[in-house]
Design a protein. Structure first.
Length: 718
């Protein structure tokens, strides 16, 4: 809290100092600011006229447009009048569209007819009743009708002029029920929320015009001044009026105050004046924020005090509730202990009695169980014998049915064998013809692959020859590079020698010049001429060295280019080799596949021949099998009758055994239920004992928890 109050004091002091500074400047340079608003426009006093140029300006909308008609027709409605506001997409003008709607319906019906005609042509083509030309003509007619439908829809859309922006109507150039032509202006609309200021500045003030510079506009209609800033400047000065067009925008939101078309005087602000205006605005804003922050802190403090008071009341109520619960719990616990002691004594006596009864019931249950198991074992064995006989009976029945089916199928098998023999011969001839065709196709494919390999081999040989030529060129280039390098070194040495001679001649000339009183002028001139000659030789040597250096660079570049060409040729050779290897691999794979197919076809032919001989043998053995089947059928019928007699006798014995087993099971169930009742009573008593011991443990744990809960409650009260 102390830090917050310190920050508030600092903000208030800064605000006061800025306000005092603004008051002093106002007295020196005239009243600059009249009103400062947060989100409303600022009303500012006019600066000193002696130092600032005043210019006329016009307020316009950033988005202004004239809507024209896209069709010839009569206007039926203009929903928005002068000054009324509309949203983007709203209908501004509605035309009489009966004719266009009728054309649209005609176009839709034409499309349906063309679609039906095209579908009928397609169906007839499937029946080979029409030619492809007639189908194509039907498709062209369908596409033409669809295009006419799209054109009709576009004409219907022209019946409404929709708003391209959010704005207002500023001029209505036509009236309702008036006929207009295509391109005729109808409405003029503007967007009043996006405003700009247009003004012309004399060309002698062009140095004062720059982007984002502040200006004041005194609006004549409102008799108020508003702050704005320059946003764009025309790139050309008007040659007639010697003025420059400038565009500015308002700094604050002025949508509800200013409308397009208002005008006023423009005042260009200096940077110092603009800075003072912004400083006063910032100071007022900081003061308001500081007051808001102080009010928030006071509200937080009041809320914290109320919360602390509420927590204290809740702690006191919680403590009283815990004490009352503790007293009630102690009384109930004492009463429960007395009742449990009496019940425990009665249960112990009951347990002894139940244990004795349980022992007797257990012995009787064991006897009944043994008797029941013995009878059930005998009954189970009899059932197994019956099941075996029934299974045997089903098998014999099945065998009889199968033998009868085989008898009826023997004649059809002979017919099938004859058919298979004929089919086998036809298939054998067909396979032989197919093998001939496949062999011819394989030979043609191998010839094609060989021709490709031959072409690739020729290409590789040409590339290798080119490679040898490039290697020779590369060697010559290396030799030329070495020669150029040696020449460059020689020219460098000559340049160094010439430079040394120049230095030596210069030193001699300087010595002669220092002793020119003792020497004559002719020797001095000769020495100077020698110096000039040495300098010329140095320049010539340097020029020759530079030429040699350039030649060396050219030779090195030529050598690099030749090396790159050699590498490209090597890459092409490698690629062609890879292609050749792939084609040869493909050839070997095709040969392997063809050989496998030939082997498979040969195996198939051998199989068909073997199958033919097998079918002949099967036909001979079929007669023998039919005779054996008749004999087996007679024996199976005799066995089936014997099994039926045995099954009837076993079923009668099983009924008697099942009745005895049911009586034994009823007796066992009665004795088991008595034993289970005694055992359940005993388990209930033992569970009661366990529950009493568990309750004692819970009471001890509850006492510990009460002591643990009590400590934080006391701390909370403090």
């Amino acid at each position: 809290m102390s830090k917050i109050f310190n920050n508030l004091i600092i903000l208030l002091s800064l605000t006061c100092s800025s306000i005092l500074f603004a008051q002093i400047n106002r007295t020196n340079s005239g009243e600059i600011i009249k009103e400062v608003g947060k989100t409303t426009p600022q009303s500012i006093a006019t600066p000193d006229k002696s130092s600032i140029q005043v210019i006329r300006g016009l307020v316009l909308s950033q988005t202004e447009t004239i809507l024209s008609s896209q069709m010839n027709g009569k206007i039926t409605a203009i929903p928005f009048g002068l000054g009324q506001q509309f949203a983007i997409g709203s209908s501004l003008v509605v035309f009489d569209c009966d004719e266009n709607n009728a054309k649209l319906k005609v176009a839709e019906s034409d499309v349906q007819g063309a679609q039906f005609f095209y579908e009928s042509r397609i169906r007839l083509q499937g029946l080979q009743s029409v030619s492809e030309l007639e189908v194509a003509q039907a498709a062209i007619a369908l596409n033409k009708s669809k295009a006419q439908l799209d054109f009709a829809k576009t004409q219907v859309n022209y019946c409404k002029v929709t708003a391209p922006i959010n704005g207002r109507v500023v001029r209505q150039k036509v009236k309702v029920f008036e006929n207009v032509n295509t391109g005729q202006p109808i409405l003029e609309i503007v967007d009043p929320k996006k405003l700009k200021i247009i003004f012309n500045v004399p060309s002698n003030l062009i140095k004062q015009i720059e982007k984002n510079r502040g200006i004041l506009i005194f609006v004549d209609e409102l008799q108020r001044e508003f702050l704005a800033s320059i946003k764009s400047i025309n790139g050309r000065i008007d040659a007639v009026g010697q003025t420059l067009e400038v565009e500015a925008s308002f700094t604050n939101d002025v949508t509800n105050l200013i409308t397009p078309g208002m005008a006023g005087n423009i005042t260009l602000l200096t940077p110092e004046q603009e800075l003072k205006i912004k400083a006063e605005t910032l100071a007022k804003k900081q003061a308001e924020e500081a007051a808001t922050l102080k009010a928030q802190e006071e509200a937080k403090q009041v809320k914290a005090e109320a919360l602390a008071k509420k927590q204290a009341e809740e702690a006191a109520a919680l403590k009283a509730q815990e004490e009352e619960k503790k007293r009630i719990k102690a009384e109930a616990l004492a009463k429960k202990k007395e009742e449990e002691a009496a019940a425990l004594k009665a249960r112990q006596q009951e347990v002894e009695k139940i244990k004795a009864d349980l022992k007797i019931a257990n012995e009787e249950s064991q006897k009944a169980k043994k008797s029941m198991f013995a009878k059930e074992v005998i009954s189970q064995k009899t059932e197994e014998e019956i099941l075996f006989l029934k299974r045997k009976q089903r098998i014999e029945k099945k065998q009889l049915d199968e033998l009868q089916i085989l008898k009826s199928q023997s004649d059809s098998k002979e017919i099938l064998l004859n058919n298979k023999l004929n089919d086998n011969k036809v298939l054998l001839n067909r396979k032989q013809d197919e093998n001939k065709i496949k062999k011819q196709a394989h030979d043609n494919e191998i010839q094609t692959i060989d021709s490709k390999v031959k072409k690739i081999t020729e290409s590789i040989n040409l590339l290798k020859a080119k490679k040898l030529e490039l290697i020779e060129i590369q060697k010559e280039a290396e030799k030329a590079t070495n020669d150029a390098l040696a020449r460059s070194r020689t020219e460098n040495n000559l340049f160094n020698i010439a430079k040394g001679n120049e230095v030596e001649m210069t030193l001699q000339f300087n010595k002669l010049k220092q002793g020119e009183k003792k020497q004559d002028n002719n020797s001095l001139i000769r020495a100077q001429a020698l110096v000039y000659q040495a300098q010329d030789k140095t320049i010539q040597a340097k020029t020759a060295f530079n030429i040699a250096k350039e030649n060396e660079k050219k030779k090195i570049e030529e050598e690099k280019a030749t090396s790159q060409q050699v590498e490209k040729v090597l890459q092409l050779i490698a690629q062609e080799e890879v292609k050749k290897n792939r084609i040869e691999e493909k050839k070997s794979i095709k040969n392997d596949i063809f050989l496998k197919q030939q082997v498979d076809e040969l195996n198939t032919l051998n199989f068909l021949k073997a199958q033919e001989s097998t079918l002949n043998k099967s036909k001979d053995s079929l007669t023998k099998i039919r005779n054996a089947e008749f004999t087996t059928l007679e024996l199976s019928m005799k066995n089936f009758d014997q099994t039926n007699e045995q099954l009837r006798f076993k079923e009668e014995n099983l009924k008697k055994l099942q009745e005895e087993a049911i009586r034994a099971r009823k007796e066992f169930n009665i004795k088991s239920s008595v034993e289970l009742q005694k055992k359940t009573q005993l388990d209930g008593i033992e569970n009661g004992k366990k529950k009493l011991s568990a309750d004692d443990k819970e009471k001890k744990i509850g006492a510990k928890n009460d002591s643990i809960i009590k400590e934080p409650l006391n701390l909370q009260e403090e």
